[in-house]
Structures are given as structure tokens and as C-alpha cells.
Design a protein around this ligand. Structure first.
Ligand SMILES: Nc1ncnc2c1ncn2[C@@H]1O[C@H](COP(=O)(O)OP(=O)(O)OP(=O)(O)O)[C@@H](O)[C@H]1O
Ligand SMILES: [Mg+2]
Length: 265
């Protein structure tokens, strides 16, 4: 189902993720300072801010890398406290970091099933992987997302950056991500590959998957996001619908020349 901007704004329902008063300190430094953040199904939120603003730290809290020092996280209205990234993944929160955490010596199918392998039913006791099923399932999900990679048997190290991103995204979708987080997904990619990744973001949005995208590229943010959240020195200084702002205003919030912070709601 393709949702229009209009329906998104008027029919958001309950947030899939709601963070309240999140604070994270590293020694004397407050990396994330009392931040409220929420996202609904079908929404793409661009998370922006200057270097060191706290973007990665905030998403690492959401994805179970760090526990916050203060504040609370609710997923689907239930309070959660993830003690590991696997905890967050089990709750449906998939994060794609710039380095992707793919195993470069394994092929795409093995990567999609990494840590969640399908065992051969007949020989389950010997832990034999059901490679045939994993490969078929991988082929299906890649086809569904219209992702072309050179060969399902090729190790990931032989794929381009964009193709690796695509495999990581398929993995998240295959496992029914409730929320997808992408930290600088296109930073290391060439222009055509960046476009491909953002096309994929559009496809996931059509499937109603909410996505948080961190990016330094204002063009990308304005192309894919419905809403933009700006962090500055750990604090949220703006939370606005894309239709109510422009890149100049976002940049001024990021660097702090304009002291009027803004919330859309
Ligand atoms: N593990 C850590 N230990 C100590 N300080 C940290 C750690 N991780 C992040 N910081 C500090 O917290 C602040 C926020 O860092 P963070 O990585 O969240 O920023 P960012 O907005 O993602 O920046 P960038 O755009 O450069 O990726 C920075 O000042 C950083 O130096
Ligand atoms: Mg970062």
C-alpha cells in the first residue's frame, strides 16, 4: 500500500517506537541529552546533526548497544530495556551500520541467515545447515526487492558497497524488521549506488516499514524523509515535517546560528 504524505500526517496511529528523556553520558561528556524521539509505521525520519551531535549514540541506544543513563524506550507501547543488539533484533529493530557487520567471506544467502540459520530437518541433531532452503529464500527476498547481485554463491567481499547495503537491507526485511535504522547508509557509496539504496528505502516505506536514516547529505534527507529530527550537542533542537522546512533552516539548526528550535507537534 502506498501512503501519501497527507495520510501519513493525519493517520499516524500509535508510535512503533517512543523514546522519552533519553540521556547518555561518556564520562564527563553528555552525548545524548534528554532527547524525546518517536516514529510511526510508514514514516521515514531523517536524523541529522553535525559531527559528534549524538546521532549514532542515540541509535545505538535504540538498537541495544548502550543502555541509556536516563530515560525510557517503548516499542509498540511496551517498555523495553535492551541489553544487547540481539535483544533489539529479536524485538524487530534492525540496524545497518556503515560497516554493515556482514561476514565478507560468506555469500549473500549465508549472510541473510547469519546467526539464525535454518537447520536441515532430517539431520537437525548434527546441525547441518539447510543451504538449499536458505538460498531459495534469499533468492526470493532479493527478487521481491528487485535487488540484483552478481551471484548468490559469491562471497560478500566480491560485491560492491551498494550491493552489500542491499544484502543487509534484505536481511532486515526478511526477518520482518519492525523498525529499520540506517546510520550513514550511503557514506561510502558512489552516486548510482546511493540512488539505489534510497530507492530501496522508498520500497520499504511502501511496505509500511518505519525507517530512521542518519545522513549528512541534505539532498538525500529531503528526498527520502517525511520528518527531520535535528540534534545539536546531544540535544534535540528541531523535529519538523519535511514539508514545513528547507535545507537552509535545517543547517542553521545543526550549527546553532538560529536559536529558535522547533517541534512539529
Ligand atoms: N564510546 C564512546 N566513548 C566516549 N565518547 C564517545 C563514545 N561514543 C561517542 N562518544 C562521544 O559522544 C559524542 C556523540 O558521538 P556520536 O558518535 O553519537 O556523534 P554523531 O552525531 O554520530 O557524529 P558523526 O556525524 O560524526 O558520526 C561525541 O562527542 C563522541 O566523541
Ligand atoms: Mg555517527
Amino acid at each position: 500500500m502506498i501512503r501519501t504524505q497527507q495520510t501519513l500526517q493525519t493517520n499516524l496511529g500509535n508510535p512503533i517506537l517512543e523514546c522519552t528523556g533519553i540521556t547518555k553520558r561518556f564520562g564527563g561528556l553528555t552525548a545524548v541529552n534528554n532527547v524525546d524521539f518517536k516514529i510511526h509505521n510508514g514514516e521515514v525520519v531523517g536524523l541529522v546533526g553535525d559531527n559528534g551531535a549524538g546521532k549514532s549514540t542515540l541509535v545505538q541506544i535504540i538498537s541495544g548497544v548502550y543502555l541509556p543513563d536516563e530515560g525510557q524506550i517503548c516499542v509498540d507501547g511496551e517498555k523495553v530495556a535492551f541489553s544487547s543488539p540481539m535483544d533489539a533484533r529479536n524485538a524487530g529493530i534492525e540496524t545497518i551500520y556503515q560497516d554493515l557487520a556482514l561476514a565478507t567471506n560468506l555469500n549473500a544467502a549465508d549472510n541473510i541467515f547469519l546467526g539464525r540459520e535454518i537447520l536441515n530437518k532430517k539431520t537437525k541433531m548434527f546441525s547441518v545447515l539447510d543451504r538449499k532452503t536458505m538460498k531459495e529464500e534469499a533468492r526470493t527476498i532479493l527478487k521481491e526487492l528487485e535487488i540484483t547481485i552478481p551471484g548468490l554463491d559469491r562471497p560478500i567481499r566480491e560485491l560492491s558497497g551498494g550491493q552489500r547495503q542491499a544484502v543487509a537491507i534484505s536481511r532486515s526485511i526478511y526477518w520482518n524488521a519492525k523498525l529499520l535504522i540506517m546510520d550513514e547508509p550511503t557514506a561510502a557509496l558512489g552516486v548510482p549506488e546511493q540512488r539505489k539504496v534510497y530507492e530501496l528505502v522508498g520500497k520499504l516505506k511502501e511496505r509500511n516499514v518505519p525507517i530512521i536514516v542518519i545522513s549528512h547529505n541534505m539532498n538525500d534527507v529531503f528526498t527520502v524523509a517525511d520528518r527531520i529530527v535535528v540534534l545539536r550537542r546531544g540535544k534535540k533542537v528541531a523535529d519538523v515535517n519535511v514539508s514545513d522546512t528547507n535545507d537552509e533552516q535545517i543547517v542553521s539548526w545543526m550549527v546553532g546560528k538560529d536559536d529558535d528550535s522547533k517541534e512539529s507537534e
